[in-house]
Design a protein around this ligand. Sequence first.
Ligand SMILES: C[S@@+](CC[C@H](N)C(=O)[O-])C[C@H]1O[C@@H](n2cnc3c(N)ncnc32)[C@H](O)[C@@H]1O
Length: 362
Amino acid sequence: MAESLGSVLLRRIKRTGPMAVAEYMAEALHHQSGGYYADGDPFGAAGDFITAPEISQMFGELLGLWTLSAWIANGAPEPACLVELGPGRGTLMADMVRSIGGVVDVSEVFQIHLVETNPSLRRIQADTLAPLKPVWHNDVSSLPEQPWFLVANEFLDALPMHQLRWTEGAWRECLVVPDAAGTGLAWGVERSESPLAALLPAQTRQSPIDGAMAELSLAANAIVTGIAHHVVRHGGAALIIDYGSERFGAGDSLQAVRHHQPVEVLRDPGLADLSSHVDFSQIREACRAAGADFAGPVEQGRFLIDLGIEERAGALSRGATLGQRRDIESALRRLIGSAEMGTLFKVAGLLPPGTPDLAGFG
Ligand SMILES: C[S@@+](CC[C@H](N)C(=O)[O-])C[C@H]1O[C@@H](n2cnc3c(N)ncnc32)[C@H](O)[C@@H]1O
């Protein structure tokens, strides 16, 4: 039997020392043998979670129309790239292309680019999107120097982030260490102050409460900075949708989910999805520092209602069977309801400076 990823990481920690939470996340998600996203398909009722595009086609259709409006606001550049970060099963891109295709000839204007590391999901995306001839990338650095019209749904939440705890008068990095028996993983904290403390916003850094936790995703900030620079230089637009908040240092948001249930973060790394809330104020700072406009964040429910999701649900319901109408209504509630995804998920736009207000951002 293959050694579990938990044992591999424990052995490594004993050999080379404690791991920062960001390193633990990166290994648990991407370790080449046993990382959660290294292979396999985690979606759907039989998997670990379900995402908005898997709930209903309406989500992708409306994001497609928003993207089209951003393309027009950019002066309808050709050629341009339609880009998705972390495309899952390819459902969102397929729905976007269908709605954009109702207005322009997609293959004339856009080339489809997918940033995806998981080979199983790449195969599923290849099946779903075959006629569109997508091009795959391991990261954004190899995307073409053309305007990008980019979406990232539930992508930034899966990127590694550091956790710092205010204890004994200093911000110290949270660590993963061996447990007391030396047979499992446990939480620890760095002895000295973390140099990352300098990157925390002044508001968090200067008014700490004992035991307070602050989170910092250098990876998310770097990707957003890269996209914002690109949009300023080449034009385009990006839509970022994720669960999160606007408060800097929102506390401990790291979570593990397996078979749709929360599980202990350090138990069985590689078998559960690990994610954290996206701090939209850090994203905004990164975007503005690169010179791009930042729209939002707005709640997903409000964004989709603004784009006409209720009207779209009405149109789909006409001519549908009773059972189909119930499914459409239930999907609508899940996407916009305040007890479901409607308020927890936020939407933000990255745009070239001076872009007029676009639908969804009021
Ligand atoms: C939670 S899923 C979201 C899927 C899709 N956006 C959706 O809404 O259904 C995360 C996706 O990002 C991919 N992914 C995670 N980390 C990645 C990374 N560092 N680079 C590229 N893709 C990554 C996963 O393989 C998966 O396709």
